[in-house]
Design a protein around this ligand. Structure first.
Ligand code: C2E
Ligand code: MG
Ligand code: MG
Ligand code: MG
Length: 284
């Protein structure tokens, strides 16, 4: 920002800015090496059918366990990766790993589990996403309808016309499309009007106080109704309590994700989690 202000302008750096810049540079410097050293890992968080609690798939959440920095949270490194452009190779790696996992599950007979991946605005608007996905689908031989792409409202609204075309092409391929963190952007309803999508994910911010905050309760119920009227399914994010689950079931939400059902876990653990769940309950 200092550079852009041009000659003759002063830019004062506060200690806080310095610390932020330092952190940014540090993460940026380590990220590339970390990708090569395979210090990134996919974690999976179960998504369940609301009515029954049955696992129907998972969201892929990136984890970074750095050899020097220890574990780094996505909320710290994703913004840095986005700003530096590193999100493009990193996101590409996530897409490849996700398809490899889907292909492995196919071989192991877990054919109907779906995986959802987060796409950043940069990946989305880079112009190469479609051909890259085609390449990966051909390479791994997976069914695109098992893969859901999560995009945020802000990413999609940067260039609505381009987004509309890209989403249409992705959907023609069979990919499922979800709008993430629904309700937190500035244009949620415009989004529903403009784009053909499959599901919306109600942001955790609305679910958190659903039992106590009348406004949140009304917003969530109305969002479920609106989505259903438009032929979309709804996933509630961040479900932590039985009471929240009960509320969402009463309102006929479709799916849920949250610590109540499962925390994000490594793929191997997720496999075990599914296996345990699939086991018949022993007779009493
Ligand atoms: P998101 O896509 O909205 O993912 C949901 C976040 O909520 C995850 O945080 C998950 O661990 C957390 N969460 C799930 N259930 C609960 C719950 O019951 N309670 C609470 N308190 N939290 C819950 P996480 O893994 O830290 O990821 C944060 C964000 O980082 C994600 O938000 C997503 O925007 C971004 N992210 C993660 N992985 C990727 C990736 O591979 N690519 C991109 N572009 N972004 C990613
Ligand atoms: Mg997400
Ligand atoms: Mg979300
Ligand atoms: Mg979120």
């Amino acid at each position: 920002a200092a550079k852009r202000q041009g000659r003759g302008n002063f830019q004062f750096f506060s200690p806080a800015m310095n610390a932020a810049t330092h952190e940014h540079l540090l993460l940026e410097n380590r990220m590339w090496g970390a990708l090569h050293a395979e210090d990134f890992e996919l974690y999976l968080q179960a998504q369940v059918e609301l009515e029954t609690g049955r696992v129907i798939g998972a969201e892929v959440l990136l984890r970074w366990n750095d050899q020097e920095l220890g574990s780094v949270e996505p909320s710290r490194f994703i913004p840095v990766a986005e700003e530096s452009g590193m999100i493009v190779p990193l996101g590409d790696w996530v897409l490849g790993q996700t398809m490899a996992l889907l292909a492995q599950w196919q071989r192991e007979g877990l054919e109907d589990l779906r995986l959802a991946v987060n796409l950043s605005a940069r990946q989305f608007s880079g112009g190469t996403l479609l051909s890259r996905l085609d390449e990966l689908v051909a390479h791994y031989g997976i069914d695109p309808s098992l893969m859901e792409l999560e995009i945020t409202e802000t990413a999609a609204m940067r260039d609505p016309e381009a987004t509309r075309q890209l989403l249409r092409q992705l959907r023609t391929r069979g990919f499922k499309l979800a709008i993430d963190d629904f309700g937190t952007g500035y244009s949620s309803l415009a989004y529903l009007k403009l784009f053909a999508i499959d599901r919306i994910k109600i942001d955790r911010g609305f679910v958190k106080d659903i039992e106590h905050n009348q406004n949140d309760a009304v917003i969530v119920a109305a969002t479920i109704g609106l989505a259903h009227s438009l032929g979309l399914t709804v996933v509630a994010e961040g479900v932590e309590t039985q009471a929240q689950w009960g509320f969402l079931r009463d309102k006929h939400g479709d799916e849920a994700q949250g610590f109540l059902f499962a925390r994000p876990m490594p793929a191997g653990e997720f496999r075990e989690f599914i296996r345990r769940q699939a086991q018949p309950v022993p007779d009493a």
